[in-house]
Design a protein around this ligand. Structure first.
Ligand SMILES: [Zn+2]
Length: 259
């Protein structure tokens, strides 16, 4: 048994410790009021908290928790170009780089990252997500395409749940679709891939695709299948979207995981 007075003393000390932990800038509100501009903005501590929970928020594998631009091992020019492109995207996001072709301006918001296994496609894509969360407080989302397909298959019996899950993933402001093409090729898989890319293309949502397949191989895979509502094949339609909005990044190198 503790005397009430002693207990209160302990309690007051606990309070002091707690106060020390709250942010000295905002006092724990997570918002700061700018008197001159008359608006509220997020305190730094808010982003720090988000960043601490990045494994859950970004849905990244734990082993990539500390992936960063500065720790990416550059072994050749293609890897250097890959790094520089992702840095540029991270810097200018939510804007996109664009190219001008014959009086038309094309914004580039589908990053098609391809190359052999182990050259760091996944690593750097996650470094990209980590950077955006840490520096800009923007949370993207990572999912392996195989996992995405599995999650959808698990929901096939419940139409509403299926739709809700698909909707949740396809509307993410930034999405890394990892290792596309590694799963068994079926009509279901082709449709899922086309639908998600088509949706993201139409809504100008930044999408990073990592894959072992060259663009031609992916398009050929989809070409054999016709869209029921149109004469054109899924491959043809995807091809036109990638030509317009795609940035193609080929990453060369030895398999770092085997070294
Ligand atoms: Zn704060």
């Amino acid at each position: 048994m503790i005397e009430k007075k002693v207990f209160e003393e302990i309690l007051s000390k606990v309070k002091i410790i707690k106060n020390d932990e709250t942010c000295p800038i905002c006092g724990g509100l997570e918002w700061i009021y700018d008197r001159e501009k008359k608006y509220y903005y997020r305190c730094k501590c808010f982003y720090e908290k988000l960043y601490k929970n990045r494994v859950q928020i970004l849905n990244i594998p734990k082993k990539y928790k500390n992936a960063s631009f500065s720790s990416y091992k550059v072994n050749n020019l293609s890897q250097l170009a890959f790094l520089e492109i992702l840095k540029e995207y991270a810097l200018i996001y939510p804007f996109f780089p664009f190219v001008v072709r014959e009086n038309w301006v094309y914004e580039k918001y589908i990053l098609y990252i391809y190359g052999k296994t182990g050259v760091g496609k996944t690593y750097l894509s996650i470094a990209f997500l980590n950077y955006l969360l840490k520096e800009k407080g923007i949370s993207g989302y990572f999912i392996s395409f195989r996992e995405f397909v599995e999650e959808l298959k698990n929901r096939l019996l419940d139409k509403d749940e299926f739709k809700a899950y698909f909707q949740n993933i396809k509307t993410k402001s930034i999405l890394v679709l990892d290792d596309v093409g590694a799963e068994r090729d079926t009509e279901f898989v082709r449709n899922v891939l086309f639908e998600i890319l088509d949706y993201r293309y139409n809504n100008k949502l930044l999408t990073l695709i990592t894959t072992n397949l060259s663009p031609r191989a992916l398009i050929e895979r989809l070409s054999s299948y016709n869209n029921p509502s149109e004469d054109t094949s899924l491959g043809d339609r995807l091809y036109s979207r990638l030509c317009e909005a795609g940035e193609f990044i080929y990453v060369e190198g030895k398999d770092e995981r085997k070294l």
